[in-house]
Structures are given as C-alpha cells and as structure tokens.
Design a protein around this ligand. Structure first.
Ligand code: NAP
Length: 283
C-alpha cells in the first residue's frame, strides 16, 4: 500500500502514524514545502520517504493536509497527477470552498471531502500522535460525488483508525463548524489577548492562572497560519456567530451592571445543560 501525505503536520502526520500501525506493509511518502519538516518527519518515523507532488501517480491513498487556502491550489494539482484507482482526501476545517474548487475537475470522483473533528493546538510533524482519531467524528461531504468503490476504500480506512462517520452537505458543515470550532478559537485568542494586555508582567499570569484559565486559553496557542485562511474562507458564518456571542457577552455585562444576580444565576444554570449534551456525545 502506497500512501502519500501532502503537508506533514498534526493531522496528516497523525493519520499516517495510525495507518503505519494498522498496515505495517504500507509505505508512507511525505510531500512538504518545509524542508525541516521533511527531515523531522523522516527522523521521527512519521514518513518513510520524501517525495514530490508529481510522484503521487502510483498512490493508493493521498492525504492532503495543508492550510485551507493552500489546499485550494494543491488539491486540483494532486487530482491532475493521480491514477484512476487512487483515492484522495482533504482534511481542511472548511468544506464548501474546496468542494466548489474541484466540482468540475475530471477526477472529482477520486476525491472525498472530509473534516476529521480531532486535533490539538500543536503543529508540524512533531505534533503527530497515534490514536488522535480514536472515537472522533469524521464529517464527510458530498459522498455521492465520489466513486462508490473508492468511497468504500476511504470509509474502511477511517473506521479502521477509530472514526465515526457523519454525512453533511458542505454549506451546513461550514455553518455549524463556525459555532463549535471557529468561534471557540476566536474566543480563546481574544481571552488570551485581554488577559495579556492587562497583566503586563507575564509571571503574574502564570502565578494566578488556574486550570480553568489554562484550559480556556489552550486554543490560543494554535497556529495563525492555519487559522487566518479558515476565518477568511468562512467569514460570513463566523461574523454571524460573533454577533450572537458579542450580544450574549453584552447582555451578561448589563445584568451585572443592574446587579440582577438571580438572572445571572439562571443564565449559568441554563448553560449547565451543556454537561448532559457533551456527556451524550461521548457515548
Ligand atoms: P500543520 O501541523 O501546520 O501541518 C501542515 C503542513 O503543511 C506543514 O508542515 C506546512 O509547512 C505544510 N505546507 C504548507 N504549505 C504546503 C504546500 N504548498 N505543500 C505541502 N506542504 C505544505 O497543520 P494541521 O494542523 O495538520 O492542519 C492541516 C489541515 O487540517 C488544515 O487544513 C486544517 O484546517 C485541518 N485540520 C486541523 C485540525 C487541528 O486541530 N489542527 C483539525 C482538523 C482539521 P509550514 O509549517 O512551513 O507552512
């Protein structure tokens, strides 16, 4: 089995580590514009050999795992190079622009649009870990546009690495993901900014920061190179979520100004229902 990973970072790297664990005969080829990442991935055993984009012709699987703006350029090129039997999947955090970008490509049926809902705040090959996708959801868009045989090949692989499959159209994906992922990142970045601007001496932050602060700002360590194009591609949906979020923050502030502590209590108690919702998702 020949697997090519284009963009050897957290997601692509973790995926090929799982593939190597499951299929010891698999040979993993890495394509990356960052030479240091190629060297690191070889040293860490994430990939077996370095390769070029134009080598993907003999691949069984190609995983495109680069920032979403770069995927718009790279994915059509990969489709140009592949053979009839190759299945290509792209793992970006937005789905509508990429689906539109390859809608009329002659090899559209060799492509499956995915978004594995798994990750950490770290980037690059050293961030790749085994088991990242175990028990996580993989959102598949426009599955009907992928050849049935290749669809099955990809889905079998996703299930083998422990993923649950959910199907969604790309526009709905981008709308919903704006709430549960994109807004969480902005809120974490801006919380980090607010605290850093106020607490000029960083040591004070570390001395007083409890686990609550640390877990809430964890996402603020994420890569701007990855997140800027995501916000750009999903701008309208993200602005809508931000307006709703800002309105909730303003309302909370007004309740405090009015000293309406019963309403504040009720607000928080209402949101406590999230515990049940999240527990339900883990089952
Ligand atoms: P990452 O760790 O930064 O890895 C991306 C790799 O692609 C880097 O080595 C990067 O090099 C390289 N690259 C950049 N331009 C390239 C090009 N033209 N050709 C080949 N390689 C190139 O990123 P990631 O977190 O794995 O994210 C990859 C994709 O997965 C993104 O589309 C993201 O939206 C999606 N995703 C991320 C998460 C998450 O939690 N991180 C979760 C689900 C999906 P440089 O660092 O030098 O640019």
């Amino acid at each position: 089995m020949k697997v090519y990973v284009v963009g050897i970072g957290l997601i692509g790297g973790s995926m090929v580590l799982d593939i190597k664990g499951l299929y010891p005969e698999a040979i993993v080829f890495g394509v990356d514009t960052n030479e240091a990442h190629i060297a690191e991935a070889l040293k860490l055993g994430v990939i077996d050999q370095a390769a070029k984009l134009e080598d993907v012709g003999d691949a069984d699987f190609v995983i495109v795992s680069v920032p979403v703006d770069i995927a718009m350029v790279v994915l059509p090129q990969v489709l140009d190079y592949i053979d009839e039997e190759t299945i290509v999947f792209e793992v970006g955090s937005t789905k509508n622009p990429i689906c539109e970008a390859v809608a009329n490509h002659s090899k559209r049926r060799n492509f499956i649009a995915t978004h594995p809902i798994a990750g950490t705040e770290f980037s690059g090959p050293s961030a790749a870990i085994t088991g990242l996708f175990q028990g996580k959801t993989n959102i598949i868009c426009e599955v009907e546009k992928t050849t049935f045989k290749l669809q099955e090949k990809a889905l079998d692989l996703f299930r083998a690495i422990g993923m649950r499959i959910r199907y969604m159209d790309p526009k709905s994906h981008d709308k919903h993901i704006a709430y549960v992922s994109h807004l969480s990142h902005i809120s974490s970045f801006m919380l980090g900014k607010t605290v850093m601007e106020k607490e000029k001496f960083e040591q004070d932050i570390f001395d007083m920061a409890g686990s609550g602060f640390e877990s809430t700002v964890r996402l603020a360590k994420s890569s701007p190179a990855m997140w800027t194009p995501i916000f750009k591609q999903n701008k309208d949906q993200v602005i809508e979520t931000l307006e709703e979020y800002i309105s909730n923050l303003t309302q909370f502030k007004e309740l405090l100004q009015k000293e309406d502590y019963q309403a504040i209590y009720d607000e928080m108690q209402g949101v406590n229902k999230i515990k049940g919702i999240l527990n339900g998702l883990k089952k």
